[in-house]
Design a protein around this ligand. Structure first.
Ligand SMILES: N[C@@H](CCC(=O)N[C@@H](CS)C(=O)NCC(=O)O)C(=O)O
Length: 88
């Protein structure tokens, strides 16, 4: 089965809790979710992200059931921590 994909910005060196992409990646790590990272450039023109999710902000999660999931990163992290990403 395909892994969860975390689409995130390329600023992986920013490990601050307030950073949206890091926030969600940290929650995935804490929960032991098996995922792969797909990096995107930092900026407002992200055609691949738009094609995938209908908007250009990151992070975006692609779940194993095909769901493309984007909300505010705090809500995304909360769903990850609640075990709400579906079956492993
Ligand atoms: N409030 C949003 C902010 C998301 C956000 O700004 N993400 C950054 C990447 S960490 C981004 O996509 N920046 C580029 C942009 O704003 O176009 C959230 O917490 O999800």
């Amino acid at each position: 089965m395909a892994k969860v994909k975390l689409h995130r910005c390329s600023w992986t060196f920013v490990k601050l809790d307030g950073h949206p992409c890091h926030k969600v990646q940290k929650a995935l790590d804490e929960q032991g979710v098996d995922y792969e990272v797909v990096k995107h450039g930092f900026g407002h023109k992200r055609p691949r992200v738009r094609d995938l999710s209908g908007q250009e902000k990151l992070p975006v999660l692609e779940l194993q059931n095909g769901e493309v999931y984007r909300e505010e990163s705090a809500q995304m992290a909360a769903r990850v921590r609640a075990g709400g990403l579906g079956s492993p």
